[in-house]
Write a protein that binds this ligand. Structure first.
Ligand code: SF4
Length: 253
């Protein structure tokens, strides 16, 4: 594992459902090929020259030190801190990254700051001793393991992800799922209901289309396809008393 130092960590994000966020890792071993927006930005701004370089994560070694300085400065403005928008806090097979994320969450919690976390790895069981003000999520866009191995090559198997989320749900945590970036049927033919059934216990669903991929627009009536799924998600969430968020640009009339 390589290490880097940063000058700052906490910042207010422009991402539509985010408040404050931090990224204490540069790069992501999961190597998603949809493409990964974080990788596209890293390449544009010179933080990664190739996907191979992006997939060698570098951990920020002074993250705790920075947070101790920044928390008092931002505390009154923060509603929650999200880990992470440009990397994965529970990268599959990287215990050091997982431990660093848990330490960060605990530090924020001791300052009464709730955290949200989203992963394509496994949510560690050790999160069960964090504060119940946190909410934990996984990304789940399919249950098809062949699709995962091809498009999210080093991420955790889907059912392992779901089971780790269910464990935290059973421990009383608020849980959520991000069904994004959802592929069109010309990319992957699958039954959307199977995904909803797999995560039926969660408190919130985020749904979003696949962007920056030419194959989407090659699918005839792709907008109708996404509109129908949005309607389905809303109806399902209203019926099962879940919160939901539809990502900008997914539904268009
Ligand atoms: S898990 Fe997220 S950050 Fe990591 S490669 Fe996949 S899309 Fe990019």
């Amino acid at each position: 594992m390589e290490y880097i130092q940063r000058k700052t960590l906490l910042y207010k994000t422009e991402v539509e459902y985010g408040d404050y966020t931090l990224n204490h890792i540069q790069g992501c071993s999961h190597g998603c090929l949809y493409p990964c927006y974080a990788y596209m930005m890293a390449r544009r701004f010179g933080r990664a020259k190739s996907i191979e370089e992006w997939m060698e994560p570098k951990l920020v070694s002074n993250a705790i030190e920075l947070l101790k300085k920044e928390i008092p400065k931002y505390k009154d403005k923060i509603n929650s801190v999200h880990l992470c928008f440009t990397t994965d806090p529970f990268m599959y097979g990287y215990d050091e990254i997982c431990n660093s994320s848990i330490e960060i969450i605990k530090l924020l919690n001791t300052n009464d700051i709730p955290c949200t976390a989203l992963t394509k790895g496994i949510l560690p069981k050790e999160l069960d001793c964090t504060d119940k003000i946190n909410s934990y999520g996984i990304t789940l866009i399919s249950l098809n393991e062949s699709y995962r191995k091809k498009n999210e090559m080093n991420s955790a198997p889907y059912l392992e992800r779901v089971n780790s989320l269910k464990y935290l749900h059973d421990k009383g945590f608020n849980t959520w799922v991000s069904i994004e970036p959802y592929p069109t049927p010309n990319i992957l033919e699958q039954n959307f209901d199977d995904i909803l059934n797999a995560i039926c216990f969660v408190d919130k669903i985020i749904f979003g289309r696949l962007n920056y991929n030419k194959k989407v627009s090659e699918y005839k009536n792709y907008q109708d396809f996404y509109n129908n799924l949005v309607e389905k998600v809303i109806e399902y969430c209203e019926k099962t008393n879940k919160k939901y968020h539809i990502k900008d640009g997914t539904y268009k009339k």
